[in-house]
Design a protein around this ligand. Structure first.
Ligand code: SAH
Length: 350
């Protein structure tokens, strides 16, 4: 077993700064003993801070219209094969009713960047959910807006905001997105959200086309600078109706390794075992928990639209992935050694 890498893991664990080349070596490493050491350290940090608790979030995918054209994403504007839908405010509220009964105390509204949902409409939806469920946290994941818009969402009652930076390298960013999208804007949005007072989540796809190990290290360093409350990472998965249709998907092992590295460097962060992780491996979510994740986001969208929010091929939305499959999820989480709890599940960073 490499002593150098053992030291790197020790440094991550103790919060001692770690150099780029050390991280690259750790990302390259295939030694099962080192990988197991990394995983078990990350798991013990997560146990120290969050015990065996797993927080659940009810994910409501309320629109798949999107003005953006990200090359990797199945709901990109130019995917003319996608069947588009948007939920009415009453439908969104009934998802919350359903979710509340099941034990969810956080709702996440995610969607494409859909001009139909103006600032006022979003504020109205946020306020009506918070009015009915003041004991729940509300998370938005609706892309890039102005600082004034974010402030309005916050004032209306939104508590958290998820906006993955996708990749922290400008050059890589430009290979994943058309010219009108820019990494600086995305980063500015994240710092604005944080400044306003949101609990902020960021993250990236693992194994996205053209990604290098250097890029991943930049992602790790960017997150160290941002210090988000939540970090969502998942494997990139190919979608057949995008320009990246011929590109390979990201790997389970690299995603798990990165979850562990991020848990060690952000002990108090909320880290989901994502749907994408569950999609590339039948046991992906449980493996994610064992690697340091502590959040799961089952799908609370109406069954009739789930198939349409297809960010990537074969995206899971039934069984353990579905809010109504919560019993099954609880069992599999328990089998992995953890416990799904009914809790608003704030980050211990605040
Ligand atoms: N419009 C919102 C939500 C985007 S979808 C926003 O801009 O934040 C949520 C996340 O799904 C994205 O941030 C991206 O990281 C992920 N995603 C999109 N396409 C994907 C794919 N093909 N494989 C894996 N993850 C993907």
């Amino acid at each position: 077993m490499s002593l150098d890498l053992t030291t790197t893991i020790e440094h991550l664990y103790s919060g001692t700064p770690v150099y780029k080349n050390e991280l690259i070596n750790l990302l390259k490493c295939e030694d099962p003993q080192i990988i197991e050491l990394l995983r078990s350290k990350a798991n013990s940090v997560r146990q120290e801070i969050y015990g065996t608790d797993v927080y659940i979030r009810g994910l409501i995918e309320f629109t798949n219209y999107c003005k953006n054209n990200c090359y990797y994403c199945g709901i990109r504007r130019d995917n003319l094969v996608a069947t588009r839908y948007r939920l009415a405010p009453e439908d969104i509220l009934s998802c919350c009713d359903e979710g509340y009964k099941l034990g969810f105390r956080t709702f996440v509204l995610q969607g494409g960047e859909d001009g139909f949902f103006t600032r006022d409409k979003i504020c109205h939806i946020v306020a009506s959910i918070k009015d009915k469920y003041p004991d729940c946290a509300l998370t938005l994941s609706i892309g890039e807006w102005s600082r004034a818009d974010y402030q309005a969402f916050y004032n209306a009652g939104a508590d958290r905001y998820l906006l993955r930076h996708e990749t922290a390298c400008k050059d890589h960013y430009s290979k994943l997105h058309p010219e009108n999208m820019c990494l600086d804007t995305r980063k500015e949005c994240l710092f604005n959200l944080k400044d306003i007072g949101f609990q902020v989540g960021s993250g990236f796809m693992v194994g996205s086309p053209f990604q290098t190990l250097d890029n991943l290290v930049e992602d790790i360093f960017f997150l160290a600078q941002l210090k988000p409350h939540m970090i969502g990472i998942g494997p990139y998965i190919t979608h057949k109706d995008t320009p990246f249709r011929d590109k390979e998907s990201g790997s389970l092992d690299m995603t798990l390794k990165l979850i562990s590295i991020l848990r060690l460097s952000h002990p108090k962060a909320l880290i989901p075992a994502t749907t994408a992780l569950g999609t590339i491996h039948p046991n992906g979510r449980e493996l994610g928990l064992k690697a340091g994740a502590n959040v799961i986001m089952p799908n609370l969208s109406p069954a009739s639209v789930r198939e349409k929010y297809m960010l990537y091929d074969n995206k899971l939305s039934t069984g353990k992935e579905a809010a109504e499959g919560l019993d099954e999820l609880k069992k599999s989480v328990a089998k992995a050694g953890y416990k799904v709890v009914i809790d608003v599940g704030h980050s211990k960073l605040i």
